[in-house]
Design a protein around this ligand. Structure first.
Ligand code: ASP
Length: 249
């Protein structure tokens, strides 16, 4: 999404293209649309010279096979050791690959991108928050830019990147705005018991990132213990995210 034109481009359910965010940028620059999906997105990518590649790695195939085998003891996929395998898979289930990147240049131009392959083991056809403008990303050149990683459905249900930008528009700092949008997500999670841990708190990780028109920036997580990367024009650094809840040791 590009601040000065308030144009956005996105693709979803696009298979076999290694750099979907570049296709999304072309949707913004070379089409009058915002979101292309599936076969249409692939044709658009091909028309612009993108090459199709098999993106399935051997490691991902093995992880998928183990997951398939360990999912149920009532089907015909048999697992050598279900408990051990589920423990082995946990990092792949709980860690996702999304990147949100926001930028402000010297002339005050704001822009942002969010890119992901989405959750592992989702239902085929599922579209997450990353390509949905307002959910996984939002830019308003007069106010600021925001984006997210984490539980996409929570962003889709609360239009949260849009909310972060609106909070900045009301005068809250980027960090405060991230925390306020996170609070909304935590409150809404209370309506769904399956999203809560044994203490009644959200059982998922989530992060927001934001930068405002002045170049002030901030980030907040649902849980403590996360960092984000910033380049302030002089140097690259890691900063601690603010958070709603402190993780138990
Ligand atoms: N937000 C992404 C999704 O829901 C996942 C992630 O951030 O890793 O697909």
């Amino acid at each position: 999404m590009y601040g000065p034109t308030h144009k956005a481009g996105a693709v979803a359910s696009l298979r076999n293209i290694k750099t979907p965010s570049k296709v999304a940028k072309l949707v913004m620059e070379r089409s009058g649309h915002v979101l292309l999906v599936g076969e249409g997105a692939l044709k658009f990518a091909r028309a612009h010279g993108f090459k199709e590649e098999d993106l399935l790695t051997e490691k991902a195939r093995e992880i998928w096979l183990k997951w398939k085998e360990a999912m149920s003891d009532k089907d015909y996929w048999l697992s050598p050791d279900e408990k051990k395998i589920m423990a082995e898979l946990r990092p792949y289930i709980e860690h996702y690959g999304t990147i949100n990147c926001l930028a402000k240049d010297g002339a005050g131009v704001l822009a942002g991108v969010t890119t992901t392959s989405g959750y592992a083991f989702k239902i085929p056809g599922r579209v997450g928050d990353s390509p949905i403008i307002g959910a996984g990303l939002y830019v308003d050149n007069t106010i600021g830019a925001a984006g997210s990683t984490g539980f996409g459905e929570a962003n889709l249900r609360t239009c949260s990147s849009f909310q972060v930008v609106q909070f900045m528009g009301q005068g809250f700092s980027p960090e405060e705005s991230c925390l306020k949008a996170m609070q909304v997500i935590a409150e809404k999670a209370r309506l769904q018991p399956r999203l809560l841990n044994e203490d009644g708190l959200p059982n998922f990780g989530h992060s927001f990132y934001a930068v405002n028109k002045k170049g002030e920036y901030g980030s907040a997580g649902m849980w403590s213990g996360h960092r984000y990367a910033v380049h302030d024009g002089k140097e690259n650094k890691h900063k601690e995210e603010a958070y709603l809840f402190k993780r138990k040791k």
